[in-house]
Design a protein around this ligand. Structure first.
Ligand SMILES: [Fe+2]
Length: 185
């Protein structure tokens, strides 16, 4: 399911600690999908709160852990121009992402009867765009500017299925962090 940004001009600015507290409350309710989507659509976190923790790499998009509990993890990802994730699955877990800076493109796939992914749709995601929960997709920075996204995974997501569309192979990818923001853990 993809959910586009709501046209709400004045989003409520929240501190990261406030967002983390809210997510713990959502955890007690097993992460209600519509409520969380609405939460991300109607709030924002000033990037000034996390800019000092984030960095870009010329080699790959980077993953920065903000908070991790047994129920969920919250990350920022930094995308240099042209960088993209592999085609990957979320294996039924609940996840959301919101674009915080720049623009990203989401390419959604569906699996055929014989488990081969085929391209289904492409979404352009500008600042404030909320996507989730997702099934199989890739995310890419197709622009010439840097982009930053915020991700919620409920539960924490250490391994995912990665699809090689050309060879039609599926493999497991271990996910790692490029930094851990200990102030919020
Ligand atoms: Fe994803």
């Amino acid at each position: 399911m993809n959910t586009h940004e709501k046209n709400i001009k004045n989003k409520k600015e929240l501190t990261l600690n406030h967002v983390i507290d809210e997510l713990h409350r959502f955890a007690q309710k097993s992460f209600p999908v519509e409520e969380i989507t609405e939460f991300f659509q109607t709030t924002s976190i000033p990037l000034s709160q996390v800019n000092s923790y984030l960095f870009f790499s010329p080699l790959k998009y980077t993953r920065h852990l903000i908070h991790r509990s047994p129920d969920f993890e919250l990350l920022y990802m930094c995308w240099s121009p042209g960088q993209k994730s592999p085609v990957h699955g979320h294996e039924g877990e609940k996840c959301w992402f919101r674009v915080e800076q720049g623009e990203l493109q989401i390419v959604n796939y569906k699996l055929s009867d014989v488990n081969i992914p085929s391209k289904m749709s492409v979404d352009r995601a500008h600042v404030g765009y909320v996507d989730g929960p997702a099934d199989i997709h890739l995310v890419e920075n197709h622009t010439t500017e840097r982009a930053i996204s915020l991700h919620l995974y409920a539960r924490p997501f250490d391994v995912c299925d990665v699809y090689d569309v050309t060879s039609q192979q599926v493999s497991k990818k271990k996910l790692t962090y490029d930094s851990v923001c200990s102030s919020f853990i």
